[in-house]
Write a protein that binds this ligand. Structure first.
Ligand code: SAM
Length: 359
């Protein structure tokens, strides 16, 4: 971390005094050392990243154990796929997808415009850090990025040249940050990977300032056949060591690739309500992917990255799926009236809400 990034933590945490003790520094980055909070609590800085995982001692043991299994999946992923989302071709794909998820016009300008006036952003579950980087480059203030896994180190690696960003390693249930603080909080594909999605939503909501926005993307509950195959394969794969699971995913990835090669479409005159399949014209690979078996393939990504997307689906210990009506219920309980569930893709729920001024 940069010494200067300490001010973002100062602005965003309850601590009145924060000091850095640097054991190893290079090119303006503190690589090893510690942060001392209010003179007595100390947190290690490891490989440039302050780690607040010690706060997790306050969490329930069973919760932590469950979360640790999911964390192992993602540490492997972000150690192997350090450039995910960073290549020009992938960036475009992700930028278009973010526009859809936020429900804004699909253009780079409108995505940049979305961030322009945001002065303080918190991203949780940063992964490779590609989105943290984009937000820091385009927002009007600073970004704090937090990930529980080795993703924190990969994110640091991919953003360390920027002056307005601080990456920390922390559990979103124990963030060392002040409530009612951020203009924008984002958790993209993260909260369903914790032991309880709703509790994770409630926790992050606390960090949004009144009038600020909160975006989260979670998995959507699909039809019965898809639910069956998801559960069946997850039970078979999730206890495998990551490298074995990656191998087991390969034939599924190749099925996706071969189906995509067909580039075939079929038209269903009638929906199949019992399977949750709508009427209309379907790309065959997508029809299978959404309704029968997740076999991701996208030509814009290389083989390993496509396979990693399937690994990311089947290996995490927790990967909950939710319905729109559950989200409506959560919003009601939080007292949120202003929100939209954007229809960016059939198997996800993209929720963008505004925290009421009187929350
Ligand atoms: C599917 S990845 C998504 C990464 C990134 N947002 C993206 O879209 O590429 C989920 C990320 O959430 C992180 N994560 C899961 N549970 C977390 C928690 N309790 N606190 C912080 N991060 C968490 C994982 O380590 C992982 O990097």
């Amino acid at each position: 971390m940069k010494q200067t990034a300490l001010k973002f933590l100062k602005d965003s945490s309850e601590w009145t005094q924060l000091d850095i003790i640097a054991d190893k520094a290079e090119n303006g980055q503190i690589l090893n050392g510690k942060i001392v909070a209010d003179g007595h609590i100390s947190y290690p800085i490891i490989g440039g990243v302050p780690s607040f995982l010690a706060n997790r001692l306050q969490l329930d043991g069973a919760w932590t154990q469950e979360q640790n299994k999911t964390t192992e999946t993602f540490s492997e992923k972000w150690n192997q796929f350090r450039n995910y989302g960073m290549k020009e071709s992938e960036l475009k794909l992700h930028q278009n997808w973010f526009c859809k998820k936020f429900g804004i016009e699909e253009s780079l300008d409108s995505l940049k415009g979305f961030y322009r006036n945001k002065r303080s952003i918190l991203e949780v579950g940063t992964g490779s850090g590609f989105n943290c980087r984009f937000m820091a480059e385009n927002c009007g203030g600073y970004v704090i990025g937090a990930d529980i896994s080795d993703g924190a180190f990969t994110s640091y690696h991919n953003t360390q040249d920027l002056d307005n960003i601080l990456i920390i390693q922390a559990d979103l249930m124990q963030l060392p940050l002040k409530h009612n603080q951020f203009d924008f909080v984002i958790a993209d594909g993260v909260l369903h990977h914790t032991p309880n999605t709703q509790l994770a939503v409630n926790e992050l909501f606390k960090f949004v300032r009144p009038g600020g926005q909160f975006f989260f993307y979670i998995y959507k509950k699909m039809g019965p056949v898809k639910q069956f195959t998801d559960q069946y394969i997850r039970e078979a794969f999730r206890d495998l060591p990551p490298e074995k699971c990656l191998l087991q995913c390969q034939p599924i990835t190749e099925l996706g690739r071969e189906l995509a090669k067909l580039d075939a479409k079929i038209t269903l005159e009638k929906p199949i309500p019992v399977l949750g399949i709508p009427a209309g014209t379907h790309n065959v690979q997508r029809l299978i992917y959404y309704n029968f078996l997740k076999c991701f393939w996208n030509d814009a990504l290389d083989y390993e990255t496509n396979n990693m997307v399937n690994y990311d689906w089947y290996h995490p210990h927790d990967a909950w799926q939710h319905s729109e009506s559950e989200v409506h219920e959560w919003m009601k309980e939080l007292g949120v009236g202003e929100y939209k569930i954007n229809d960016a893709n059939p198997n996800g729920l993209s929720v963008l809400l505004t925290k009421p001024l009187q929350a």
